[in-house]
Design a binder for this molecule. Sequence first.
Ligand SMILES: [Zn+2]
Length: 237
Amino acid sequence: MSLQENSTFDYARLSKAISTRDLSYKLLMWIGDAIDKGLIQPSKVAHQTGGPDAATDWLRSNYYQIPEHLRPAEDDIAEFSAFFSTYLTSSFDVVEKPGTKGEGPTPTICRCELCMRIVNAPHLRAKKLYASDKRRAKFLMTERMLELATENQLVISHDRAAELISDKTVQRDAAFVAYGHWLIMRLSGQSDGPAILALWRLIAWDPRGGIRRGFTLNLGDFKVAERKLLATIRIAT
Ligand SMILES: [Zn+2]
């Protein structure tokens, strides 16, 4: 008899989130180039927040300037924008320097978090992570481990889960599971901030620094990681 394995993922949504992340990356690369060439204009409408609504507004007003293969289908704009806003604000910082577009005595363009990243797309910097972001990432991992245990009628304490992820292999499995959960949440514009970037680095980066050679996100790796994590929890309980 094989053990029952219940997933905490909706894999169809996870697959959607992975492709949305890929498209977000490609669109941002294009924006960097397009801003330099003056192909797209900064938003003159001031957005209340730099969240999903600002991204939707920006995308709608620039939709036809964006090459077809780099933009979401029209009926997908709201969901894509929600994700795209979390992608920009959780992962990148604007490099502060004099003359940064949008600064100065007479700002005539929107300076919300999202628009500042769009107009500065050619020189965005990956967010710097602090110890608190890494601690938060650990908390998010243990939270998902407890959820995975519950989903499989297992009981594990928060402390025990935290202890298990001190092992690097287990930690990477847990990072996949937590990152996958948050990828899906981001389709509705919810992020946990820089801790999500910390999770990403745990899965995509070589421990010696830099991205793993040939690394790409794919659904199969999330499935394998979740199965391995569940087996670890089962042995530990
Ligand atoms: Zn704005």
